[in-house]
Design a protein around this ligand. Structure first.
Ligand code: EPZ
Length: 433
């Protein structure tokens, strides 16, 4: 059953929201969990589609998966019988390719369908495969499958040609049980890289330097049981920070690591929003119209590409002309056409969006083109005069847990209703009128 969000804009968000576990840390951690034959318990798991699909893929190869609660899962890799991840799993969640590194690292062989492109760009995985080959694995691609195996995995000095989150995690997985020492140079430094490394170390791995551009791994013979809690989601937190500023609200965002949010907080402060940092929370408030600025996305600790659509939406309502340069992915402005239907004035030239701030948006029916663009359209609808509907919300539900419930608890008029359900639309309109 396809659903849509229906939103009546204009209410400043007020109150408190608790952030869920980080999706992009959880995906790497779930793959790493199969590398031991003992039971691993993971909590603060985000209950979102990507996680649930990856758990199905892990169960599909024979691992034991016991979902204790929406936010807690136990995994035991002892019963894995198959090292093949089919196209169906990869099509549903690209990050199942982390099972390539995990299975290669543990069993010295793996067979994973080649992930296709995706909504935001071509997403090559050449650096992942370069790392596996550097460790001594044979890698060949035929019939849409990546086949890799190794008699022995030997540590090596690997230089990434591009800063890649996925390649850094996948190579860490393949190297943590290899013989000897591996160094990954030009490694990605995102918080979720550190979380995956910390998790692997809690299982007995020997990884140093995660969070810097040089990660040093000393291979170990086996990994053991662990109980681990996932870090809060930096991008979900950033999305609520932008929503608070856009609606001229005042919200306390709980269960965050403020340090992970510094690039976002810095930009919000620069354009005139108020941001207060606490130990594990940030408060964002805004009363006046915000100012223009320049944004350039870059690897952590720079401004995150996953926050680009959201901040662009905020700047589309700010004073003056702003520019947003997307330097990571080649097709991450697909939300601009939808946003223009709500009154935004944005021109995209190559990888730069030139944004002329407008006074307000008006509600419209729009479609989410991808996960973070969909979240940005929700922010826009929360501000727009009148009612908006957003369809293709399955994209948004890949990375935002109970999005409409969290927003409603902050005072938003937002519901999830079945697509084309005119009765539900009329009921909502009556309720909010
Ligand atoms: C991860 O994708 C995230 N996904 C993305 O979040 C995020 O946008 C991205 O990192 C950047 O932070 C997960 O963690 C599951 P990359 P990933 O490898 O690992 C190029 C979301 O919204 N590249 O760091 O695929 C690539 O084309 C998603 O949650 C190669 O050229 O990103 C891109 O230009 C969207 N060769 C750049 O590197 C490779 O082998 C960065 O990509 C790998 C990547």
């Amino acid at each position: 059953m396809e659903n849509q969000y229906i939103i009546k804009g204009g209410t400043p968000l007020r109150g408190e929201v608790t952030i869920s576990g980080a999706k992009n840390a959880a995906l790497g951690i779930l793959a790493a969990a199969i590398m031991t034959d003992e039971t691993v318990t993971i909590d603060n798991l985000p209950d979102v589609r990507d996680i649930n699909v990856l758990l199905q893929a892990i169960e599909g190869i024979g691992a034991t998966v016991n979902r204790i609660s929406p936010h807690v899962v136990q995994i035991n890799g002892n019963s894995i019988g198959d090292v093949t991840i089919d196209y169906d799993s990869i099509r549903k969640i690209r990050a199942s390719y982390y099972l390539l590194g995990a299975l290669l690292g543990k069993y010295k062989k793996a067979k994973v369908a080649l992930p296709g492109g995706c909504d935001i760009g071509s997403r090559p995985i050449d650096q992942h495969l370069k790392g596996f080959r550097a460790l001594g694995a044979k890698v060949n691609i035929e019939y849409g499958m990546i086949n890799t195996h190794a008699d022995r995995l030997i540590g090596n000095h690997i230089f990434l040609d591009v800063v890649s989150v996925g390649a850094t995690i996948n190579i860490m997985l393949a190297a943590c049980m290899a013989e000897g020492k591996t160094v990954i140079e030009n490694a990605a430094k995102e918080p979720h890289i550190v979380d995956v490394a910390n998790f692997l170390n809690s299982m007995g791995a020997n990884i140093k330097g995660a969070g810097t551009d040089k990660i040093r791994i000393r291979g170990v013979g086996r990994l053991h049981a662990s109980e681990y809690s996932i870090i809060p989601d930096q991008i979900e937190a950033g999305t609520f920070m932008v929503a608070a500023a856009a609606t001229r609200g005042n919200i306390l965002i709980k269960n965050v690591i403020p340090k992970h949010l510094e690039a976002i907080s810095g930009k919000l402060l620069e354009i005139g929003a108020k941001v207060e940092e606490f130990d594990d929370a940030v408060r964002v408030s805004c009363t006046d119209r915000l100012q223009h600025t320049q944004i350039k996305t870059s690897p952590y600790p720079g401004f995150p590409t996953d926050m680009q659509p959201q901040i662009a939406t905020l700047l589309a309502l700010s004073e003056g002309t702003s520019t947003v340069t997307e330097s990571i992915f080649e097709n991450r402005f697909r939300y601009v056409d939808e946003l223009s239907r709500m009154g935004a004035n944005i021109k995209v030239e190559g990888n730069i969006a030139i944004i002329e701030g407008v006074d307000s948006f008006t509600g419209a029916s729009v479609s989410a083109p991808d996960l973070r663009a969909g979240a940005a359209l929700v922010v826009a609808a929360l501000v727009a005069d009148g009612i908006s509907t957003i369809d293709c919300i399955r994209y948004i539900e890949r990375g935002y847990e109970c999005f409409e419930a969290k927003m409603s608890a902050l005072g938003a008029s937002m519901e999830k209703i079945p697509l084309d359900d005119d009765r539900a639309i009329q009921k909502f309109k009556l309720k909010v009128s």
